[in-house]
Write a protein that binds this ligand. Structure first.
Ligand code: SF4
Length: 353
């Protein structure tokens, strides 16, 4: 099972990525891929990372996992929440169209599960999802969409003979279900797939606008690692927000006010809110709380001195906080004295199941 708080399992039918924005700097997947590459030479992670100036970096190469990994969700009966492509990005420019299509065909057939797809490339995600839902593509009786599903299902069968009957059954059941309910022509083809974007700072809020234009059963945003204040977010048609700090080597602290502001914006717009964790850093001095007179006492600039003497790292400015690096396992999940665990209903909890 996954250690990621907002999911149950990860599913990586293919792996690999490249750094694209500031949130990727300390990418956990990149370091993990390098470790796996070292521990399992000759495996499919080979060539996905390299060392440059003593640092691990992605090469941008995308590698398919063994066939059994592709069909893993089809074999698992128990309804499960899967985070898809935790070891890369489903819509990275180097991922082939074939890989994206096949992964979605598996998700279509494994409708007992809920799949969470998170990307920093929402424009490519929008192209695929909106094409698949466009009328010309689905008419009549599934049209090009039907051909695409069938072609990939046959490939999955060819490489997994033991699953042959099961895939036939699933596909037939699926297509009958779609025709009967008219889902191909007017509903969402993937009611069990949640589509999300990852945003680390206000510079990348445009990703949310693109997500809003994407046909999706559930739209979500992950503000992790949160690297700066993000105000005035337009949460229209966004179902769920996740917030989290950074952990691991070189991790950067998250100012409590950044998290609190997003929490307040979610409460105001009734967007479901999940506070994942603080990351490695926690505030141990909140000067407005711990020393309410500080603004009078230190208005002459001694603030800087105090921050330096105390060790750790500080945020200063309108609200002074001293942050201390104590490690992810000690910082916990409390925000404003509370655990925030909201999430949309899973497919297994809805009537589409
Ligand atoms: S897009 Fe995601 S997986 Fe890829 S480098 Fe950035 S953080 Fe890592």
């Amino acid at each position: 099972m996954s250690k990621i708080e907002w999911t149950e399992k990860t599913w990586n039918p293919f792996v690999g990525c490249s750094v694209t924005s500031a949130g990727c700097k300390n990418c956990y997947a990149m370091r993990m891929a390098a470790r796996i590459q070292k521990m399992q030479p000759g495996g499919h992670y080979d060539g996905t990372t390299k060392i440059v100036n003593d640092q691990v970096v992605w090469t941008g190469e995308i590698a398919a996992a063994p066939d059994a990994k592709w069909t893993e969700p089809l074999r698992r009966q128990k309804p499960t929440v899967y985070f898809v492509n935790s070891m890369g990005d489903m819509f990275h420019p180097n991922v082939s169209d074939e890989f994206i299509e096949r992964a979605f065909v598996v998700m279509l057939m494994a409708r007992q599960h809920t799949f969470q797809v998170l990307t920093k490339y929402p424009d490519r995600m929008r192209s695929f999802l909106n094409l698949w839902h466009s009328e010309n593509f689905v008419e009549p009786y599934g049209g090009a969409l039907f051909d695409m599903f069938h072609r990939h299902a046959k490939q999955l069968q060819a490489s997994n003979p033991s699953l042959s009957d099961k895939i036939d059954d699933l596909l037939e059941w699926q297509l009958a279900y779609d025709n009967e309910k008219g889902v191909c022509t007017r509903g969402n083809i993937f009611p069990n797939v949640w589509l999300g974007v990852s945003i680390e700072s206000a510079d990348h809020l445009g990703r949310l606008d693109i997500l809003r234009e994407t046909v999706a059963a559930i739209r979500f945003v992950s503000f992790e690692p949160l690297l700066g204040p993000i105000n005035d977010v337009n949460f229209t048609d966004i179902d769920w927000a996740i917030i989290g700090g950074e952990s691991g080597k070189g991790s950067r602290p998250m100012h409590p006010d950044w998290a609190l502001s997003l929490r307040d914006q979610c409460l105001e717009t009734r967007t479901l809110f999940f506070f994942k964790q603080w990351g490695d850093w926690i505030a141990y001095i909140d000067r407005d709380r711990d020393d309410p007179d500080w603004r009078q006492n230190y208005a002459d600039g001694k603030t800087f001195q105090i921050l330096n003497l105390a060790g750790g790292r500080g945020f200063h400015g309108e609200r002074v906080h001293q942050m201390q690096r104590v490690g992810k396992f000690h910082t916990g999940r409390l925000l404003d004295g509370q655990i925030w665990n909201e999430r949309p209903p899973l497919i297994s909890e809805s009537e589409d199941a």
